[in-house]
Design a protein around this ligand. Structure first.
Ligand code: HEC
Length: 100
């Protein structure tokens, strides 16, 4: 039994602080396969209810908690499907595209 699926704020993987190109690549491909059909290939899906992820605040805890648990029954929960490392890679990718 792993504790991580239930944890709202996980122990953060060390490598996150300096997410390198490998994490960015992993995040990009996970985003393309798991997220882009709702959020759009470039983090924005005009005319839908999905928020523009380029404007998501620099709030890693909120990102982890939404991605793990979902939001408002519209954003699906990923806690059982993605590891903390995969979510950290997604965060690195989303952060790299931030454009407030
Ligand atoms: C089935 C469509 C769908 C998929 C797939 C999806 N999302 Fe979402 N996501 C949504 C919707 C809809 C919202 C807006 C929810 C709301 O505010 O009610 C949302 C909101 C978000 C937010 C903002 C949450 C907040 O706290 O404001 C983030 C971050 C996010 N999604 C990331 C992701 C990531 C990363 C993936 C891929 C692992 C993903 N989403 C996959 C539909 C989806």
């Amino acid at each position: 039994m792993t504790a991580s699926a239930q944890t709202a704020t996980p122990a953060l993987p060390q490598q996150q602080a300096n997410a390198g190109p490998a994490a960015l690549d992993e995040g990009r491909s996970t985003f393309a396969s798991k997220c882009s059909h709702c959020h759009g290939p470039n983090m924005v899906n005009a005319g839908t209810i999905t928020p523009d992820l380029r404007k998501f605040p620099d709030d890693r805890e909120r990102f982890f908690s939404t991605v793990k648990s979902g939001k408002n029954n519209r954003m699906p929960p990923w806690g059982d499907l993605l590891s903390d490392d995969q979510i950290a890679a997604l965060w690195a990718y989303v952060s790299s595209r931030r454009n407030p």
